[in-house]
Design a binder for this molecule. Structure first.
Ligand code: PA5
Length: 424
């Protein structure tokens, strides 16, 4: 299978003796308990079977709803926060979907009145559909956005708003579910056994992505390919979990995901939530950070090269970027770039990657390189599942439950008390 390849050349020097083999053995044991559903949080393992056991009828409904959205609207406003939007945004960008289907506008991922006001002005004269994504149906940010935008839709389209509002939510609980039932919106279910950060391959990600023009069946197929192989002891997925666990135990407590394509910026945001919420608990866990190179070499490069040595990097290297530009000759070579004349920008980008990996490793920052063949649906589906599975295994290796997020509630209690929410 052509797929994600891991290169551990630039971190092997940071491993002692048989450490890697032992860690890989442990990772395989954890993968076994994931597969047998004997570990912590086993009631949230629905994501594992999504790529190969998905409900075909439901996916057909998603594709039909997406076609309806594209047919009636220039834009889909997608309301959601955290796991209810980052995956869609990450893949919309990574797949370069802008201009392919409906444009996606995001709402409900902040409490900024400025953002909402600008959105309302922008959509004033546009044809839009609205999709609210909230598993709990009670999260404050999307709930406020939904109230405001539902009101806009009803004023703008009257009774026709009903055919332009969609929802992805719990099957039986929450305010969004109640409103959907009452108003008769087309709705989709986030299964009980799938947490927000593991939900991108459910209608949470698939509906907006399909509306934007993605081939969601290919996305699922790519994920299924990794699913079939990841449990094997020598899988790339388990090697990644094993390597990062050794580095963590040796004091490298920050993992930076580095990408060399601006279109992967939000993929790194999705990755940060996946690993941060899954591992950061019980006073443990790697701190997930991200950089977009080469831009961030001009801002964060200094720290990575010479700051506190508690960092390692995981680099996504795209093997075949879709487009390229040749650097043209310039008559007098006044800019001193004659040595690059006739070379491509991607060649220079690739060289920057190799040079940076080499310099950072020499500076005491181990690098794990993940080779991604292409940024298309199949390979992005592979990458999503690769990280989901590696994250679950990593959480088990750390000794935490990778599927809960008890700490997320604390700020909410304080905010509700200050806002005067009844009962707080
Ligand atoms: O991963 C998570 O559980 C969170 O990021 C949630 O997705 C986020 O808080 C949004 O929750 P909800 O979908 O219930 O509105």
């Amino acid at each position: 299978m052509e797929g994600i390849k891991i290169d551990l050349t630039y971190c092997a020097g940071f491993f002692n003796g048989s450490e890697f083999d032992e860690s890989l053995e442990t990772a395989a044991g954890m993968a076994d308990s994931l597969d047998k559903k004997t570990g912590r949080g086993r009631e949230y393992l629905g994501w594992m079977d999504l790529p190969h056991k998905y409900d075909r009828g439901e996916i057909k409904r998603v594709i039909e709803a997406a076609a309806r959205i594209r047919g009636q609207s220039e834009y889909l406003i997608n309301i959601g926060i955290g796991g209810s939007y980052l995956g869609a945004k990450a893949l919309e960008d990574a797949l370069h979907l802008k201009g392919k289907g409906a444009g996606i506008l995001y709402a409900g991922n902040s409490l900024s009145g400025t953002e909402m006001s600008r959105l309302l002005s922008f959509i004033e004269d546009k044809e839009v559909s609205l999709n609210v994504v909230s598993k709990s149906g009670t999260t404050t940010e999307p709930a406020i956005a939904f109230r405001i935008l539902k009101n806009h839709m009803e004023k703008r389209y009257g009774a026709g708003a009903r055919d332009r509002i969609f929802a992805v939510t719990d099957s039986s609980r929450g305010a969004v579910k109640d409103i959907c039932d009452r108003e008769g919106y087309t709705s989709f279910v986030i299964p009980d056994n799938i947490g927000g950060r593991y939900s991108v391959l459910t209608p949470v990600g698939l509906l907006p992505l399909s509306a934007a023009g993605a081939d969601i069946l290919q996305l699922l197929e790519g994920a299924a390919e990794v699913r079939r192989g990841c449990v094997k002891k020598d899988s790339e997925c388990l090697k990644y979990a094993a390597a990062r666990n050794i580095l963590y135990n040796s004091g490298k407590t920050t993992e930076i995901l580095g990408v060399y394509e601006n279109s992967l910026r939000y993929f790194a945001e999705w990755w940060k939530q996946l690993f941060g919420e899954s591992e950061g608990k019980e006073n443990k866990g790697l701190f997930p950070a991200s950089v977009v190179f080469s831009a961030d070499l001009h801002s964060m490069g200094q720290y990575i090269q010479q700051g506190i040595r508690n960092i390692f990097e995981t680099i996504i290297s795209v093997e075949s970027p879709p487009l390229d530009v040749i650097i043209p000759p310039a008559g007098d070579d006044g800019d001193g770039l004659g040595y690059l004349s006739g070379k491509t920008m991607n060649y220079v980008n690739e060289t920057a990657l190799k040079a940076t990996v080499s310099a950072h490793t020499a500076g005491g920052v181990p690098n794990i390189i993940l080779g991604l063949p292409e940024q298309n649906e199949r390979h992005m589906g592979q990458l999503v599942y690769f990280f989901e599975y590696a994250c679950a295994v990593s959480g088990y290796m750390l000794g935490v439950n990778p599927f809960d997020q008890p700490g997320v509630e604390d700020y909410k209690k304080e905010m509700f008390r200050m806002l005067g929410k009844p009962g707080h």
